[in-house]
Write a protein that binds this ligand. Structure first.
Ligand code: NAD
Ligand code: GLY
Length: 367
């Protein structure tokens, strides 16, 4: 097992990474203060891992909350059902909420923990690659609004993150690829050598090679912990973790939550950010194509949906959380391995980027 730390003063916490950690109850017990525990999961993950996790928590009074699966349920109604279950089972302020599942469960259970009785402890047990490398670390919690992704939420750090890499063996291949979008993101924004490592190892990752997965998760979590430790509330560098997300969130919202997986939308959005960075003269066409090739090899879409026009993007992007004083800010690449958050770009370059025929561009870049 490997242990990393997110350094945030009194809100610091460990990230445990290893195989079969769900059975290691002692890792969880160290971070549970009371006698009550509520495991929040969904109807896909529960049959796979709930019994084992419950066994690890046999010393506690455990309530299980099984939510319907899907991004479409990351909303007020589902959140309310978590509070219903906690109150019905009389959970007090000493309770600990444990999120068992992907990013949807982690974001919702974390937000429930931030709100329930003005804040109770919570632990992340992420079971998708995306949640293991990104959403379980850093304390962003929340739900979607019909008008915008993740528009209602709180910064609220967990007590610990327990990453059991063996859970990825049951993850559908499409979901694994979606997680790789966020892994590749770290290479692009802050770790160019990691991009090289990914080029050499992406096939092993897709084949679920445990050593390669552990290394990718460790390096991703280390990058995320570093960025969150420097800027917990996203007043600066943390925004760079959102490479491709402003375009990607527009895709998710426009297509209807769940139609495109978050990582798929981030992948197509990343290609748009790469293309815009190239148009600004910050990266070359061959650097853009190098990044696109890794996304393609990871099994990810690199072309935005055919039904989206430039106006659709602009409309959704206007409600992005990075809009400040009415001004759109985007995460772009100064070079491979270095991202910036900037509003300093000509509007025409953004519009030209949105109007690119990405199918044709991908054809060209292959030839
Ligand atoms: P998800 O939570 O919807 O999980 C994907 C699918 O895999 C679901 O059907 C889930 O039930 C299933 N699943 C989970 N673990 C499994 C396993 N081990 N075996 C088989 N099936 C399994 O999606 P996700 O990609 O994990 O997370 C996406 C969400 O995370 C989005 O809502 C996004 O906004 C959010 N997110 C949050 C942050 C953050 O910092 N908080 C960062 C990135 C993404
Ligand atoms: N996923 C972006 C962040 O945590 O800031």
């Amino acid at each position: 097992m490997q242990t990393l730390h997110v350094d945030l003063g009194e809100r610091s916490y460990p990230i445990f990474i290893g195989e079969q950690l769900i059975d290691r109850g002692e890792l969880l017990s160290r971070h549970i203060r009371g006698k009550q525990v509520a495991i929040v999961t969904n109807d896909t993950v529960a049959p796979l891992y709930l019994e084992r996790l419950s066994r690890s928590l046999a010393a506690y009074s455990v309530t299980t909350v099984i939510l319907p699966d899907g991004e479409a349920y990351k909303n007020w109604e589902t959140l309310q059902s978590i509070f219903d279950a906690l109150l019905t089972a009389r959970h007090d302020r000493g309770t600990t909420i444990i999120a068992l599942g992907g990013g949807v469960i982690g974001d919702m259970a974390g937000f429930a923990a931030a709100c329930y009785q003005r804040g109770v402890d919570f632990i992340q047990v992420p079971t998708t690659l995306l949640s293991q490398v990104d959403s379980s670390v850093g304390g962003k919690t929340g739900i979607n609004h019909p008008l915008g992704k993740n528009m209602v939420g709180a910064f609220y750090q967990p007590q610990a993150v327990l990453i059991d890499t063996s859970t990825l063996t049951t993850l559908p291949a499409r979901e694994l690829s979606a997680g790789l979008a966020e892994v590749i993101k770290y290479g692009l924004i802050c770790d160019e050598p990691f991009l090289g490592w990914l080029e050499a190892n992406v096939d092993k990752l897709r084949a679920l090679d445990q050593a390669a997965l552990t290394e990718a998760i460790r390096r991703s979590c280390a990058a995320k912990a570093r960025v969150v430790g420097a800027d917990e509330r996203e007043s600066g560098v943390r925004a760079t973790l959102n490479l491709g997300h402003t375009f990607g969130h527009a895709i998710e919202t426009h297509q209807g939550y769940g139609a495109w997986l978050h990582g798929e939308a981030v992948s197509a959005g990343t290609v748009m950010a790469l293309e815009m960075s190239r148009r600004l003269g910050w990266i070359t066409a061959s650097e853009r194509d190098r990044a696109v090739r890794v996304l393609v090899r990871a099994g990810l879409p690199v072309v935005p949906p055919a039904n989206m026009r430039a106006e659709d993007f602009l409309q959704h992007m206007a409600v992005d959380k990075k809009v400040l004083n009415g001004q759109l800010r985007l995460v772009l690449l100064k070079r491979l391995g270095e991202a910036v958050l900037t509003s300093d770009f000509p509007r025409e370059v953004l519009e030209a980027t949105l109007n690119v025929n990405y199918d044709a561009l991908m054809q060209e870049s292959r030839t």
